[in-house]
Design a binder for this molecule. Structure first.
Ligand code: HEM
Length: 148
């Protein structure tokens, strides 16, 4: 019975994992774009205040909860599928930890903008914008192709 429940649950949890991954990535790809536009807005302008609200809500309502669900569902899949000994999983976990670190920086930068304390340039955010994309490509290749 217990085994039947875990086998049945697996694809459902995997679907939940992918849904959460899409939401997390949507936010991680869009937030640095907002930072680029925010750099162009004058301090104290209406536009700048609107960007603060957009960034804060995107982080709190989408990015943070989506990351938590991705992690919880992912940990369930690793445990249930006994993937912890697989090479691809170790590589994926490393990249996911880097992505989570990038998430940490993003949330600090949202706070910096909210306090009108941003010191970084538009160019900086434009370059940073590519990091989640590159990580996502390799994470997906690892988990789908499982090359090792
Ligand atoms: C947060 C930590 C994460 C853990 C612990 C984790 C772990 C896992 C595990 C064990 C599977 C099941 C693999 C299988 O059944 O073949 C899986 C599936 C998947 N993961 Fe993650 N994952 C995490 C984050 C991510 C991220 C950030 C992405 C994409 C950017 C991602 C993309 C996927 C995809 C697309 C699948 C479906 C693969 C398939 O159907 O074969 N995961 N994940």
């Amino acid at each position: 019975m217990y085994e039947w429940i875990t086998i049945t649950a697996y694809p459902w949890i995997k679907a939940l994992h992918v849904i959460a991954v899409i939401s997390w990535m949507a936010g991680m790809l869009y937030l640095p774009r907002l930072f680029v536009y925010h750099c162009e807005a004058e301090l104290g302008s209406k536009q700048s205040e609107t960007f603060k609200i957009m960034e804060g809500r995107l982080l709190k309502v989408i990015i943070n909860p989506a990351m938590i669900v991705t992690w919880l569902a992912g940990i369930y899949l690793v445990w249930s599928g006994h993937w912890y000994t697989s090479g691809w999983f170790h590589a994926k976990l490393t990249l996911v930890l880097v992505l989570s670190g990038v998430h940490g920086f993003f949330s600090r930068w949202v706070k910096d903008f909210a306090a009108d304390q941003n010191t970084r340039t538009k160019k900086f955010y434009r370059i940073i914008n590519e990091i989640p994309t590159v990580l996502m490509i390799f994470i997906v290749l690892l988990v789908i192709v499982k090359p090792f």
